[in-house]
Design a protein around this ligand. Sequence first.
Ligand SMILES: [Zn+2]
Length: 355
Amino acid sequence: MAGIGLLMAAAAVPGTALADTVYVTAGNLNCREGKSTDSAVLGTVPRGTKIQRESDDGTWSRVTVNGNACYVASRYLSSQEPSSVLDGKSAVQVHEKNVHVESSKDVFLDKNWEFASFSKINSEAAVYYKNGRADRKGKTVCVNAGHGTRGGSSMKTLCHPDGSPKVTGGTTGAGAVYASAISSGMTFADGTPESTVTLAMAKKLKDKLLAEGYDVVMIREEEDVQLDNVARTVIANNTADIHISLHWDSTTSDKGCFFMSVPDHRSYRAMEPVASHWQSHNALGESLVKGLKEKGNKIFSSGAMAMDLTQTSYSTIPSVDIELGDKASDHSDAALEKLADGLVLGIGRYLDGQK
Ligand SMILES: [Zn+2]
């Protein structure tokens, strides 16, 4: 689903007894800084959300939710509760304080983009968030919540654009020419699917990046998005400066973080687009691991494991699959917070000049 993450929760504000209670009737109602459609969008409120209205000039209503004041178009507010209200999937999401999104838009796979024709699953869209902060950096990070594409393992895509076989093992064995379009991912020791944790991580990372002034492309913001690994990679190639996919590994030793580095195989490193980009993939991965380490996250071995991945094989921008732990790792909110801080540090250093 498209749309900006919700800025605020729908709790009633104490001490506003005079305000009337209204319901949002639009799909995702923009909450703006001022009374104009040119005014910055601070967040969105889903259909069916109950909010408190302070005033209404007939066109714009001033609403206060969770202490935040903003303006919404009055025609999308009603005193009648809508017949269909949001399900739990669209639960309220609270942004970090410093997040200011100017606009967002869906990004579908464009058939004319290089390698787009290799994708098999691409009926849905990623979402691009343009930063509205005064200190916007003009750099875009593609955040790819690993897995979460129903039917992905029953479709096959070419491992390499030139049709050559895979040079390392992994989810698909070495020597294979075709791999799952996208796999379903592992299940944590406590029963949580990897795709649930990568999604929670992606949302956290998104807000932190927006708060730092980066634009963000979110590949997946729901339980499922119909975009396979090739589609995700090609969308990143054409909309972002760097691409980071979030994963946890399938071992059970709580081994810590590492990135999937580009295999040191002559044929693989000679194949385009890998030939022109493998050094930047590895440099980004090293920066992420360094950031994670500095923020106190556990690192596995040297922090890198060579792997021939679809993502790497089709990437034309610095692109990394980061494994943030494994089946036995703590994936509590506090743990994800610490991981996100490490990633933001590594991303910032890489984009600000590969320090
Ligand atoms: Zn994974």
